[in-house]
Design a binder for this molecule. Sequence first.
Ligand code: E4P
Length: 218
Amino acid sequence: MKFFLDTANIAEIREAVELGVLDGVTTNPSLMAKEGVRGVDSILGHYRHICEIVDGDVSAEVIATDYSGIIREGEVLADLHPNIVVKVPMIRDGVKAIRYFSDKGIKTNCTLVFSAGQALLAAKAGATYVSPFVGRLDDIGADGLQLVEQIVQIYGNYGYETQVLAASVRHVPHLIQCAEIGADVVTCPLSVILGLLNHPLTDKGLATFLADYAKVNA
Ligand code: E4P
């Protein structure tokens, strides 16, 4: 399973790269705004900066919601760096644009997916990734992981090559369950990846080993 970091924060991206477990990055307009990145030139520069740090796919989201606008923005983004994946919302013109990008060999991430039907459309349009939002479904009392499971099964039934990128992954159990289900990728904050390190028996065991070593090597 690939680990993507869901952030536009350069320091966090560097930290994950240094840990040696990062396969890519996803961003969205809210995450870019959180970092104070504004204006077209700064936004494009920020994406380029992320691509220079990460050896893997970097999702950059279009703002346009009409077909020609999505194509225009997507082509500018794709030209920035070979690692760029054009992130396109699951809307009618978005599906059309994904087909266009796919035919041109431009990688896409179909975002804001909340149903199996939407995921089926994304795969048929040739999306590279489909992003079901686990946490946001849980937020409204639905079952986000069940959707991931459904998509994995449907794609398996027909051999679709679109990768299931579980998004809006908020905590360690989400990530582990995505791995059990067979999601191809999870994208989450750095805290979730670092959370995988934790077990009290590891801490206790290490303390004992170090204390026993110190007793005879003082
Ligand atoms: C997906 O690519 C989105 O950027 C993201 O995972 C949304 O997560 P959130 O629901 O925690 O904002």
